[in-house]
Design a protein around this ligand. Structure first.
Ligand code: SF4
Length: 409
C-alpha cells in the first residue's frame, strides 16, 4: 500500500501527508498513553551527544528554565481531559528535562499529586523521573516513596566510557556521582522506586565490559538506546558502507550474554521486543517494531511538541504551534508528525515495506529515518545493523527452538 501522499515532492510527513483525507477514509487516531513533561529546560551536565543542547535545534535557549506551577497544573488538567475522553486504563507521565531534578521537589510533588487527583476513576498513572542521577538525595528519595514516583537513571558504562561523554560544565566526569546514586537505589529500602538504567550505546566501548558494568548495579531493567543520528548527520561509527555493522555486532554480543545468562535475565525491552515480534507478539518499545506512537511531549512553557528526539534532525523539527494553555491533546493527535507515526506499515519507506525483516524492525526508531530533503520516509540510518541483529537473534531463537523440539521427541 502506498503512503497516502497529497503531493509528489516535499518532506514527509509535513508536506505530503493529507490528514483530512486519511480521517475521511476512516483512519482513527490512537490516544496518547505517554506524556513526557519537560519540567526543567537546563541541565547540570553537558553531555557531548545530548539531543537537547548539542543537536541542530537550539530553541531550548528561549524556553523558561523551569515549568511554572500554573503551567504544571494546566498540563495535568489537559492530561486528565484527554483521559476523560479516551478512558485508558493506565498512562505514563515521564518527568524529563534538561535535568528534571533541577525543578525541585515541591514542583515535582505538586505535579504528581495534581495529575493523580485529576485523572478519572479507572485511569492509573505511572510517574517516572528520567534523571542523570547526580542530584539524587534524601529529599528526592523521600518524594519518590511518598508519591509513588519511580526513577530511571542514565549510565553509559564503565567510568572511562561514561565520563568520555557525560561530563559537567566544568569538564568533570559524572560517573562517580551517578554510581553513588545507583548504589542507593539498589539498596533494599529504595529498590521499589528504581525503574532502571538508560544506556546510550558507545560502539567504541567493549560491549561485554559495558553490559557487565551495568549489571553490577543489579538494575531491574536496562534500556539500550542507539545514539541519535540520521542520514544527513550520521551517528558515530555508522558509515555509508552497508557491509559494516558495528552496532549490530555490539548489540548481538550483549544479546548473547543476556540470552544465555543463567537465572532470570535483567529486563531489556529492546531484546525482549525482538524476541516477542519473532514469536508473533508485539513490541514493548518505540525503538523497534514500528508500533504506532502514542507519545506526546510538553515543554517547560507548555508547548505541545512531537518527540523531543527529533531535535537531532533540524531546528524546529518537534514544534507544532500548539500549547496546553490553548489546545487539548486531541489537537495534537491530528498533527501530521503524530499521524505519520500512527500509520504502521503505511508510514514506512518502500524499502522497509518490502524488507524481509520489516515485520520485526518496523523501520527502526523514527528519528533515525530523517534525511534532509525528504524527511522521515526512509529506512533507519541503522538499517544494516538492524538487519544483522535481527538475523542473529532469529538464528539463536531458531536453534533454541530446534533443540527444545528435539528434546521433546
Ligand atoms: S531493516 Fe532496514 S529496510 Fe528493513 S524495516 Fe528496518 S530500516 Fe527498513
Amino acid at each position: 500500500m502506498t503512503p497516502p501522499v497529497g503531493a509528489a515532492r516535499g518532506q514527509w510527513p509535513d508536506d505530503l501527508l493529507d490528514v483530512a483525507a486519511l480521517r475521511a477514509a476512516g483512519q482513527r487516531p490512537l490516544a496518547f498513553r505517554e506524556f513526557v513533561i519537560k519540567v526543567h529546560s537546563r541541565c547540570n551536565l553537558a553531555c557531548t551527544y545530548c539531543y537537547v543542547y548539542e543537536a541542530a535545534d537550539q530553541l531550548w535557549r528561549a524556553q523558561p528554565h523551569s515549568m511554572s506551577q500554573t503551567t504544571a497544573e494546566q498540563v495535568c488538567r489537559r492530561i486528565a481531559e484527554h483521559a476523560e475522553r479516551h478512558r485508558p486504563a493506565s498512562l505514563r507521565a515521564i518527568l524529563h528535562g534538561g535535568e528534571p531534578l533541577l525543578a525541585g521537589v515541591p514542583l515535582l510533588r505538586g505535579l504528581s499529586r495534581a495529575l493523580r487527583d485529576r485523572l478519572p476513576a479507572g485511569t492509573d498513572a505511572e510517574v517516572v523521573v528520567q534523571t542523570n542521577g547526580t542530584l539524587l538525595d534524601d529529599d528526592v528519595l523521600r518524594l519518590c516513596h511518598q508519591e509513588g514516583i519511580r526513577i530511571a537513571v542514565s549510565l553509559d558504562g564503565t567510568p572511562e566510557v561514561h565520563d568520555l561523554a557525560r561530563r559537567d560544565h566544568a569538564g568533570r566526569g559524572s560517573h562517580a556521582r551517578v554510581s553513588a546514586a545507583l548504589r542507593r537505589l539498589a539498596a533494599p529500602e529504595h529498590r521499589d522506586v528504581w525503574a532502571g538504567i538508560l544506556c546510550t550505546v558507545d560502539v567504541t566501548a567493549d560491549p561485554l565490559a559495558t553490559y557487565e558494568h551495568l549489571l553490577s548495579y543489579d538494575p531491574p531493567a536496562i534500556r539500550l538506546l542507539l545514539p541519535l543520528g540520521n542520514w544527513t548527520d550520521r551517528p558515530p561509527g555508522r558509515t555509508a558502507d552497508p557491509s559494516r555493522t558495528p552496532y549490530g555486532q555490539w548489540l548481538a554480543t550483549v544479546f548473547d550474554r543476556w540470552y544465555h545468562a543463567p537465572g532470570p535475565p535483567v529486563r531489556i525491552a529492546f531484546f525482549e521486543s525482538i524476541l516477542d515480534l519473532l514469536l508473533g507478539g508485539v513490541t514493548r518499545t518505540e525503538t523497534i517494531g514500528g508500533a504506532p506512537s502514542q507519545l506526546a511531549v510538553v515543554d517547560t512553557d507548555g508547548a505541545l511538541t512531537l518527540s523531543d528526539q527529533l531535535k537531532s534532525a533540524y531546528e524546529g523539527a518537534d514544534r507544532t504551534g500548539l500549547d496546553v494553555h490553548r489546545h487539548a491533546f486531541d489537537a495534537l493527535l491530528d498533527h501530521p508528525g503524530v499521524v505519520a507515526r500512527q500509520l504502521a506499515a503505511r508510514g514506512l519507506a518502500a524499502q522497509c515495506r518490502a524488507c524481509p525483516v520489516g515485520g520485526i524492525c518496523g523501520g527502526g526508531h523514527y528519528p533515525h529515518r530523517y534525511r534532509a530533503g525528504n524527511g522521515y520516509l526512509n529506512p533507519s540510518v541503522y538499517c544494516p545493523d538492524l538487519i544483522a541483529l535481527i538475523r542473529h537473534v532469529a538464528g539463536v531463537l531458531r536453534a533454541d527452538l530446534d533443540r527444545a523440539d528435539g528434546a521433546g521427541r
